[in-house]
Write a protein that binds this ligand. Structure first.
Ligand code: FAD
Length: 385
């Protein structure tokens, strides 16, 4: 059995690792081994236990989460029994790819350019002669191709694979992020804390974030694609709200990048399976995509190993369906206007609601049943009406 994975980000690397460990001949094709994926790099400690991420990959581990309301009212939530790990994607992604290689995957630096077949659906029988898929890629000027039994598309939000097979596309936000040098008092302030800032001035449907790393912090904001032309204004407003903290701080990099928000329904097209950002597996409200990308990569790989690609869509729905549905519902509620944003922040004064809302983000092994978490959140929210 031979499988090609297009894209060596977290989703692709996780898929490659899973397949290679199961003895599948695995090709991981990544266009840029030195890429720097625009990302806040925040990973909750509970989420990636199975990967045993070494300490040196965490630029910082923070245990305090600052949540700031439009009025400036701030709640600082304490993370108990864990932390939010801050990784630099320039180091994290190569480490994940290295893990895949150690498991037996072959890593190719190349750009996927297309399939030879015009028609990939309906699916021919998996692992049969007629089920072979020829994929083409370029290494520099050199063109090459391989024939495989299945393809995992992990080539991110602008997925060329998805475009070629005419796959459903997720809703997309635009983000602007700066890597800003951390010095002096600001360095001290963010020693053990990250922050989420809310307000219509910062984003109509998202938040502004400050995620500290070693010597720099990533600060940014996002908004649905249609608001793209206002991104500079949102970023300027955010910096204004941050006040003197980053005044005059050196901007090391400024990046603008799309962020999908919520998964597509159909992630399997013939023997091509879409994972991670290519499938939109980013959690609404929080924008968390690394964990869900990794889990989707793993799930898709397991479906291929089983020889039942369609089970990937079913399994995804079973494990994450209700959580994603509820979060998109909350997204409409929380981001309706500044009154609601204020309530979203103030409800975190309630320790129970705070614990459950942090659990939702930080602990992926469900300590509380999902409906009890939402029940508690809604109850605390209603107190602020
Ligand atoms: C500004 C910003 C901040 C974010 N902050 C966070 C955060 O703090 N925490 C969090 O959990 N998530 C965050 N996210 C989301 C997170 O970055 C993504 O959800 C995650 O990277 C998805 O992983 P992926 O492997 O699916 O895609 P990607 O990480 O995008 O990887 C796709 C890979 O495919 C490669 N590729 C693309 N096209 C081709 C091709 N044609 N041929 C070969 N290779 C190709 C790319 O080079 C890339 O390496 C953030 C996103 C943005 C934009």
């Amino acid at each position: 059995m031979k499988v090609a994975i297009i894209g060596g980000g977290p989703a692709g690397a996780a898929a490659a690792m899973t397949l290679a460990k199961a003895g599948v001949e695995t090709y991981l094709i990544e266009k840029d081994l030195n890429g720097d994926k625009p990302c806040g790099g925040g990973i909750p400690s509970g989420s990636l236990k199975e990967f045993d991420i070494p300490d040196y990959l965490f630029e910082r581990k923070v245990t305090k989460v600052g949540i700031v309301a439009p009025s400036g009212y701030e709640v600082i939530a304490e993370v108990k029994n864990g932390y939010v790990g801050m990784v630099d994607r320039m180091k994290f992604d190569p480490w994940l790819r290295e893990k895949a290689v150690e498991s037996g995957a072959r890593l190719i630096e190349g750009v996927f350019t297309g399939f030879s077949q015009k028609e990939l659906t309906p699916p021919p029988p998996l692992f049969s002669k007629e089920g072979k898929i020829e994929i083409n890629f370029k290494q520099g000027e050199k063109e090459d191709s391989i024939e495989v039994d299945a393809v995992i598309a992990a080539d991110g939000v602008n997925s060329a694979v998805a475009k070629q097979i005419g796959a459903e596309r997720p809703q997309v936000y635009l983000t602007v992020q700066e890597k800003v040098e951390l010095t002096g008092e600001t360095q001290k302030l963010y020693e053990d804390r990250c922050e989420f800032w809310y307000g219509a001035d910062i984003s109509p449907n998202f938040y502004g974030w400050v995620f500290p790393k070693g010597s720099f912090a990533t600060i940014g904001t996002g908004a649905p694609y249609g608001y793209g032309k206002f991104m500079d204004d949102y970023m300027a407003a955010f910096k204004k709200r941050l006040g003197v903290r980053f005044d005059g701080a050196k901007i090391l990099k400024r990046q603008a990048f799309p962020l999908p928000m919520g998964p597509i329904k159909k992630k399997v097209y013939g023997n091509v399976l879409l994972v991670g950002d290519a499938a939109g597996t980013v959690m609404p409200v929080s924008g968390e995509g690394i964990y869900y990308g990794i889990m989707s990569g793993k799930m898709a790989a397991e479906a291929v190993i089983k020889g039942d690609v369609a089970s990937y869509d079913r399994e995804w729905k079973r494990v994450y369906g209700s959580q994603f549905r509820l979060m998109s519902l909350l997204c409409r509620w929380f981001y309706k206007d500044d009154k609601w944003r204020e309530r979203l922040v103030r409800m975190h004064d309630d320790k129970d609601a705070q614990e459950r809302s942090l659990a939702l983000w930080l602990e992926k092994e469900k300590k509380y049943p999902i409906y009890s978490i939402y029940g508690k959140i809604v109850k605390s929210l209603l107190k602020h009406l």
